[in-house]
Ligand binder design. Structure first.
Ligand code: THU
Length: 154
């Protein structure tokens, strides 16, 4: 069988770059992709996985869980955050989030997920997700949600 030479581009795959990745985005992306396979999405068939990196260095994953009563569906990002709180308690802080879907379709976190991330993350937390042309897009929380809702003391 003839050998096939595959050229990998550091621009497209940050794991090939020598630059340090404090947000561990390549590792998170792989864990998010693995989590997609556990998703329960019989209605949309859009299987989503999320991996979140906590300030402690711990990583927690989640996937979307749909319901016949459609509005009870929960998103992968929200389930990952709920799992992280259940495991590590209410003081968790999120440093980075990666989102993936089985279809490898371009897909950003929905508005509700951005607001849920904002509850536990600083504005410079990094969120990565599939963009156009199969490339992973990385954005800060403040880029994705410039005006998060905050409950001020009255
Ligand atoms: N979904 C997520 O898991 N995360 C998002 O940020 C957007 C949407 C899920 C919810 C539903 O199960 C499916 O994708 C289609 O909307």
């Amino acid at each position: 069988m003839a050998a096939r030479i595959v050229t990998r581009n550091p621009e497209q795959d940050p794991s090939l770059s020598s630059k340090p990745q404090p947000d561990r985005s390549t590792e998170l992306q792989h864990l998010a992709e693995a989590a997609c396979h556990r998703s329960y999405a019989p209605y949309s068939r859009f299987h989503v996985g999320a991996a979140i990196l906590l300030e402690s260095g711990d990583v927690v994953t989640g996937c979307n869980v749909e319901n016949a009563s459609y509005r009870l569906t929960t998103c992968a990002e929200q389930n990952a955050i709920a799992a992280a709180v259940a495991k590590y308690g209410p003081a968790i802080r999120i440093r980075a989030v990666a989102v993936a879907n089985l279809a490898k379709a371009p897909c950003q976190p929905c508005g509700a997920c951005r607001q849920t991330i904002a509850e536990f993350a600083d504005r410079d937390a990094v969120i990565s997700f599939p963009g156009d042309d199969g490339l992973t897009v990385r954005r800060t929380l403040s880029e994705l949600l410039p005006a998060a809702f905050e409950l001020k003391e009255l």
